[in-house]
Design a protein around this ligand. Structure first.
Ligand code: PGA
Length: 328
């Protein structure tokens, strides 16, 4: 069960809940006044979520009258920021980055994951604060064995990885992995207990041809056809034209696709999965644009490439979760 953090000047409570951010203040009139909160209409006309919402409202009321409530988005309770270091770094530069991350002040209401290159995972694992989890950037599709150059899920777990990134555009379009293979790799990782950051996103020519949704749906379907459950999946929407280019999607462009992804999940998987699965945005996110993006109600966090190589900037992106918080 997911958790939603609600803080107030006098109390902090954690309330078990399903996905969807909403207003903590017992007054429903607040809900249209703030950015960064999830829509109430589509998300809460579904059975179990509705009950949970009612329960949460009761719990919130119990926190105390007159509190100045501050609510984070809900979802599984937490904003999510991943740092994808890609094929960058040396022992020395990674040691410096780890020191910066260890010294950074990080908000509580955010799950943070970094994905070092395979060869440095052990170094990072033994020096990085436990506050930040470790992801691999890839994993083999099945059990290890005679697969030269591959790294198995079992090996990743053995060295302390909790996550793996699958479907990144560089693996799709540079290495040539197709959606079915990516779906199968994700399924294997999940069955072995490795959580998956599942990337989707369209190329520039696909966007220009009006195919953004079709491309994302095809990629989503391959995940949906294969994964045994969505419990440990975070979807990363990363338009290829925004990755490493400095051309970030506008908050509206990102929000539009995130809504479409959530609706696709609702129609093709279940309303519950649609409401529980975090959908994060990636593509030229930096310390200067993350807060505005974070305010979009369906943006549940970020996958960050270049800016994750600078500790203080990555920390400030993680802390853009505060843009989701609402003083009530
Ligand atoms: P970028 O990369 O932040 O450097 O654009 C994002 C990603 O590839 O995940």
């Amino acid at each position: 069960m997911a958790a939603m953090a609600i803080s107030s000047s006098s109390a902090t409570v954690r309330i078990g809940c399903k996905k969807s951010a909403f207003v903590s203040n017992a007054s429903s009139s607040v809900r249209s006044e703030f950015a960064g909160l999830r829509r109430m209409d589509s998300m809460f006309d579904m059975g179990s979520s509705h009950c949970l919402f009612a329960q949460m409202q009761r719990n919130v009321q119990a926190v105390g009258n007159g509190c100045r409530g501050v609510v984070t988005m809900a979802g599984t309770g937490k904003f999510f920021v991943g740092g994808n270091w890609k094929c960058n770094g040396t022992k020395d530069s990674i040691s410096k980055l780890v020191t910066e991350l260890n010294n950074a002040k990080l908000e509580d209401d955010v799950d943070i994951v970094v994905a070092p290159p395979f060869v440095y995972i052990d170094q990072v694992k033994s020096s990085l604060t436990d506050r930040i989890e470790i992801s691999a950037q890839n994993a083999w599709v099945g059990k290890g064995g005679a697969f030269t150059g591959e790294i198995s899920v079992e090996q990743l777990k053995d060295i302390g990885c909790k996550w793996v990134i699958h479907g990144h555009s560089e693996r799709r379009h540079v290495i040539g992995e197709d959606s079915q293979f990516i779906g199968k790799k994700s399924a294997y990782a999940l069955t072995q207990g490795l959580k998956v950051i599942a990337c989707i996103g369209e190329k520039l020519e696909e966007r220009e041809a009006g195919k953004t949704f079709d491309v994302c749906y095809e990629q989503l379907k391959a995940f949906a056809d294969n994964v045994p459950s969505w419990d440990d999946v975070v979807i990363a929407y990363e338009p290829v034209w925004a990755i490493g280019t400095g051309k970030v999607a506008s908050p509206q462009q990102a929000q539009e696709v995130h809504v479409a992804v959530r609706e696709w999940l609702s129609k093709n998987v279940s309303a519950e999965v649609a409401s529980q699965t975090r959908i994060i945005y990636g593509g030229s996110v930096n310390g200067g644009n993350s807060a505005e993006l974070a305010k979009q109600e369906d943006i549940d966090g970020f996958l960050v490439g270049g800016a994750s190589l600078k500790g203080p900037e990555f920390a400030s992106i993680c802390n853009s979760v505060t843009a989701k918080k609402v003083a009530a």
